[in-house]
Write a protein that binds this ligand. Structure first.
Ligand SMILES: CC(C)(COP(=O)(O)OP(=O)(O)OC[C@H]1O[C@@H](n2cnc3c(N)ncnc32)[C@H](O)[C@@H]1OP(=O)(O)O)[C@@H](O)C(=O)NCCC(=O)NCCS
Length: 98
């Protein structure tokens, strides 16, 4: 288990109950690399802002290309655990302040 140093691991900054966790992100294979995954994440962020969340977080499969979508925003890595998936890759908890 590996913790990353960033604002969210600081004791002064904690996730609050109205912050929102995102579930799985999956785009049909036929429609990938057209910006749909990115658009879905942006829409989730818009909805979270609408609901007054101050941060959003999710767990990503480290070897998935979704990691690049979250990195670009940027979501910050918080915790890495694993191996968690069949290919031996880790799970990465990531978080972004809104
Ligand atoms: C991850 C996933 C949702 C991405 O959806 P998508 O609609 O293809 O994503 P986008 O088109 O918005 O891609 C955004 C960027 O991610 C990166 N990316 C996406 N797929 C990639 C791939 N196969 N290889 C390398 N980079 C990739 C690129 O940087 C891409 O930007 P670009 O096309 O301008 O270069 C889709 O690949 C998927 O459903 N995968 C299987 C399920 C999965 O891994 N879910 C995440 C679990 S944590």
């Amino acid at each position: 288990m590996e913790f990353f140093e960033n604002e969210f691991t600081n004791d002064e900054v904690k996730l609050s109950p109205n912050d929102i966790g995102f579930g799985d992100l999956i785009v049909d294979q036929k429609y990938r690399r057209r910006g749909i995954g990115t658009a879905l994440v942006h829409e989730r962020i818009r909805l979270a802002r609408e609901r007054q969340a101050s941060a959003v977080y999710t767990t990503i499969w480290e070897s998935s290309p979704s990691r690049l979508i979250y990195q670009k925003l940027p979501f910050l890595p918080l915790l890495r655990t694993g191996p968690c998936y069949a290919d031996g890759s880790a799970a990465l908890d990531v978080v972004m302040r809104l």
